[in-house]
Design a protein around this ligand. Structure first.
Ligand code: LER
Ligand code: MN
Length: 267
């Protein structure tokens, strides 16, 4: 199992991120703990000192499996399904710029909250059609980059809550470079049988988030991570398992407990 953890490259109001703040020091800490990679949550690639980031990654020998994009929505309101064409086209432009960064780093682009939600009385089905168009525009212009749509629980968005609806969208798009990111926290809320849902995603599974049922580190709640790792193994998943967790009881303990508990499952 290749294990990574999410680091935000700038301050964010989204809470389930163990690392924020000093980028260089955080990357060094993640490497010191024994992680195999670092997932970056990036609001806007323009705000990044790429040379500094690259040097820190080379120094720590950490690859970047995925780039999170949700802060473009959370901090700036950019949505791939906005009814305001100006906002929607800025969101597409932003995701394309994330894709440029992802191409440089060999990472998957995460389509999480940047999808937005249905606005102004529009039905989810109509909004989904628009999401499809926006995703097509992003993915077609970056055929070498993988895009992973993340089913997110109903309390955060009304668009693509379940693995089945995620697969439906992926199939409708029919592009080789579009697949899914599954997150145990969301699946624990939405999926009747998480293991069966992971099996359904199979070769369309591009990335994987772990957090326990309470969004703390794995082992702090009631999700059966041993069974999950077995299923990932059975379906031949070779990507990263990435911890997107609350920094509780404190960031260092959360990161240490994650690696300790996840490694113990495969020992
Ligand atoms: C992001 O990966 C996620 O899980 C959402 O809850 C917020 O984007
Ligand atoms: Mn997630």
């Amino acid at each position: 199992m290749k294990l990574s953890i999410v680091l935000s490259t700038q301050p964010a109001s989204f809470k389930a991120i163990a690392y924020q703040g000093n980028l260089k020091r955080n990357i060094a800490n993640i490497a010191r703990l024994g992680y195999d990679g670092v997932e970056l949550a990036v609001r806007d690639p323009k705000l990044l000192d790429f040379d500094m980031l690259e040097a820190a990654l080379i120094n720590s020998e950490l690859p970047v499996p995925a780039i999170g994009t949700g802060q473009a929505y959370g901090e700036e309101g950019l949505s791939l399904t906005s009814r305001d064409e100006g906002i929607r086209s800025r969101a597409i432009k932003r995701v394309r710029s994330h894709a440029g960064l992802a191409a440089q780093l060999g990472a998957v682009v995460i389509i999480g909250l940047v999808r937005g939600k249905s606005e102004g009385g529009r039905k989810p089905q109509q909004t989904l059609d628009q999401l499809l168009e926006s995703l097509r525009e992003c993915a077609r212009t970056n055929p070498g980059v993988k895009f992973a749509i993340e089913p997110i629980n109903r309390y955060e968005t009304d668009l693509v809550n379940t693995v089945a609806s995620g697969l439906d969208l992926v199939n409708r798009l029919g592009l080789e470079n579009v697949g899914l990111l599954l997150d145990t926290f969301h699946m624990n809320i939405e999926e009747p049988d998480m293991l069966a849902s992971i099996r359904q995603a199979r070769e369309r599974l591009f990335h994987f988030h772990v957090a326990d049922s309470n969004r703390w580190y794995p082992g702090a709640g009631h999700i059966d991570f041993k069974a999950i790792l077995e299923v990932l193994n059975q379906i031949g998943y070779s990507g990263f398992v990435s911890a997107e967790i609350l920094p509780l009881p404190d960031p260092a303990t959360a990161a240490e407990k994650t690696i300790e508990n996840m490694r113990a499952l495969v020992a």
